[in-house]
Ligand binder design. Structure first.
Ligand code: G3P
Ligand code: CA
Length: 298
């Protein structure tokens, strides 16, 4: 084969490989998203601006609103069952009190996970929310199967040793683990690198996102991002602590960036202008509209 042909073949192969393994929402050549680039719309705790967070109804609404992923925070019961809940206690989002870690799943299933929402949001209250159950992760997988994608957070891994194994077991049982990053039905996220590293060691094909409540934005940013790149496809920083240059830096490292939690149109527009590759929002319907308008102007 002539030299130039060989070089062209190698270049084409590299482009192909880069495209194949690029993380969802990331282009092989990082720059501001092209008008047709896929920007991930993640329904934070389900469409939690419209319905009680982490209930089947909130996830259904997220899917109806065409979110690309439904976001699920995980806690684990005393008898080792993974449930969808943000807090380590049931106090805020149910009619019960106490730590999840001290309750069995049967006890958790007795709780009402909807009435608090009606009381806090009289304008959005619905009779159907009264008495909603806290779903287990398995129930969520049974209910939605492969009809959606899941963006799952190992919420308090130090409190729940073994939660990663149980999560991987369920993903396996429900065949949600792809053979490469793009085909996986699940992205796993955590503020705890140790938790992500446990998962990465067991299955390096699962796309992981490192959450950052205090992302390093100045000196040290490159180092932090290179470290994260060893095991994750992207970062999920607190939106209030980042700017355009940080987003561009993340992308120049070939990482996805999905900041949390953007609920106003103004924040969403700014995030798109700055070049994010996805967003966590309680209002996937609003973000969908903002993406549409943003693309139509490009
Ligand atoms: O997982 C992204 C975002 O949800 C992180 O914050 O507290 O809502 O889980 P939190
Ligand atoms: Ca979360």
């Amino acid at each position: 084969m002539k030299k130039w042909m060989k070089r062209t073949a190698v270049a084409l192969l590299s482009i192909g490989l880069l495209t194949q393994f690029a993380a969802p929402g990331v282009m092989a050549n990082p720059s501001k998203p092209a008008p047709d680039a896929k920007i991930l719309n993640v329904a934070h705790r389900g469409a939690s601006g419209h319905a009680p967070e982490h209930t089947i109804v909130a996830y259904e609404k997220g899917i109806e609103m065409k979110a690309d992923y439904i976001e699920i925070d995980l806690q684990m019961t005393k008898d080792g069952v993974l449930i969808a809940m943000h807090d380590t206690t049931v106090n805020r989002t149910t009619n019960g009190t106490g730590r999840v870690a001290d309750k069995t799943v049967a006890e958790i299933k007795q709780l009402d996970a909807g009435t608090w929402f009606n009381e806090r949001n009289p304008g959005k209250a619905k009779e159907e929310y009264v008495g909603l159950e806290v779903p287990t992760l398995e129930e969520i997988f049974q209910h939605f199967g492969k009809s959606t994608k899941y963006y799952i957070e190992t919420k308090s891994p130090t409190l729940y040793p073994g939660m990663e194994d149980e999560l991987l077991r369920l993903m396996d049982e429900y065949k949600l683990t792809g053979v490469n990053g793009r085909s996986s039905h699940v992205i796993i996220q955590s503020f705890h690198p140790e938790s992500l590293l446990i998962i990465h060691e067991k299955n390096p094909n699962i796309p992981l996102v490192q959450l950052l409540s205090f992302p390093t934005t100045g000196i040290g940013a490159d180092r932090e991002l290179e470290q994260i790149k060893k095991y994750a496809i992207g970062v999920g920083p607190n939106f209030s602590r980042i700017n355009e240059s940080y987003i561009q830096k993340v992308r120049s490292h070939g990482l996805s960036i999905h900041p949390y939690t953007l609920n106003s149109e103004e924040q969403m527009r700014r995030a798109l202008e700055w070049g994010v590759t996805g967003v966590f929002t309680d209002y996937p319907d609003v973000f969908r509209q903002v993406i549409k308008e943003y693309k139509s102007k490009k």
